[in-house]
Design a protein around this ligand. Structure first.
Ligand SMILES: Nc1ncnc2c1ncn2[C@@H]1O[C@H](COP(=O)(O)O)[C@@H](O)[C@H]1OP(=O)(O)O
Ligand SMILES: [Mg+2]
Ligand SMILES: [Mg+2]
Ligand SMILES: [Mg+2]
Length: 305
């Protein structure tokens, strides 16, 4: 019944399979050894894995959904890829699920797919491969609605590498076991490679019992989902719509929040500015607005309201 499923269900089911294939490409580039690093800016590396994974994802999704706008971190991509990189199948298990009523009638032109082919590139080049994720975020009009977070280097109990987490607002999440972070503690997960004085000032305002410095927006949201941290803070511009669309959708499908540091959700339509100028604050199982008001007003004014 694949062809009759609502567009959003088909985009999600195709993105699950495509993110897995991209994860395989990311492992292959590392195995082969030459990362082909290019510096796009300060602390902003790109590797052959970013480029190849993006080509795989954009070519596959464009072929399947020609009427859908797709925006990838690595810019315009050559859609001419080998058959091995062209993912045609859909995740059948996902397709069996029932589509939430609110998205059932969404048309191809209502969607924007935000692709971060490799989130945590700095960490990938430094050997912290468990921080790496593939992010495919699905926006309907302005809102982040669905997301895939694939971890290429996650070791399954049976030894298999890779796991795929999904979330769709109104339906829920899959691919991991949700738990809340320990009560009585306050653990913050934050950047390890893009800190600055402004961000540090915000971090200092929290009575944290522990600060985890890890790479990638996807990995930090996974830490929230698995109860390793209570909040994710990045109080400065730097991450972009492709970093937050999928994590926001998955976290919010689980009852959490991912907003700017003023507590406002970002917009994900095709015309928005790519940079998330007002930073990121995410939490699950917490009073999110209380966290917003812990961030010093000076910091919130510096990034803009
Ligand atoms: N200053 C920056 N320049 C470029 N990318 C950034 C910057 N800050 C954050 N990012 C992106 O957001 C992700 C999360 O940031 P951090 O790990 O510092 O918390 C990074 O892995 C990176 O995504 P990517 O690795 O896909 O380029
Ligand atoms: Mg990058
Ligand atoms: Mg990223
Ligand atoms: Mg990236």
């Amino acid at each position: 019944m694949a062809s009759t499923a609502p567009v959003i269900m088909r985009i999600m089911a195709s993105s699950i399979q495509t993110a897995k294939r991209a994860g395989g490409i990311i492992r292959d580039v590392l195995k082969q050894g030459d990362l082909g690093i290019v510096d796009k800016g300060k602390n902003d590396p790109q590797t052959e894995a970013d480029r190849s994974a993006q080509r795989c994802i954009i070519a596959s999704l464009t072929k399947k959904f020609p009427g859908v706008k797709i925006i990838g971190e690595e810019g315009g991509s050559d859609l001419n890829v080998c058959d091995d990189w062209l993912v045609e199948d859909l995740d059948e298990e996902f397709l069996q699920k029932s589509c939430p009523a609110e998205w059932r009638d969404a048309k191809p032109e209502d969607f924007v797919i935000w692709v971060d082919p490799l989130d945590g590139t700095a960490e990938y080049t430094q050997g912290y491969v468990e921080h790496v994720t593939v992010l495919i975020g699905i926006a309907v009009k302005d809102a982040a609605v669905g997301g895939i977070i694939h971890q290429p280097f996650y070791q399954q109990p049976d030894g298999e590498l890779g796991r795929t987490i999904w979330g769709l607002k109104g339906l829920g999440t899959g691919g991991f076991t949700h738990s809340l972070a320990p009560p009585g503690e306050f653990i913050i997960t934050t950047t390890r490679s893009h800190s600055n004085a402004l961000h540090q000032q915000a971090l200092n305002a929290f009575p944290a019992t522990k600060i985890l410095k890890v790479g990638g927006a996807g990995f930090k949201v996974l830490q929230l989902l698995e109860g390793k941290a209570h909040a994710y803070l990045f109080a400065t511009p730097g991450c972009k719509k492709w970093d937050t669309c999928a994590p926001e959708a998955v976290l919010e499908a689980q009852g959490g929040f991912l907003t700017d540091i003023n507590g406002k959700n970002y917009s994900y339509n095709a015309d928005v500015e790519h940079v998330n100028r007002q930073g990121v604050l995410a939490s699950v199982g917490e009073n999110h607005s209380e966290l917003v008001y812990k961030i010093p007003r000076k910091v919130r004014e510096a990034v803009g309201v």
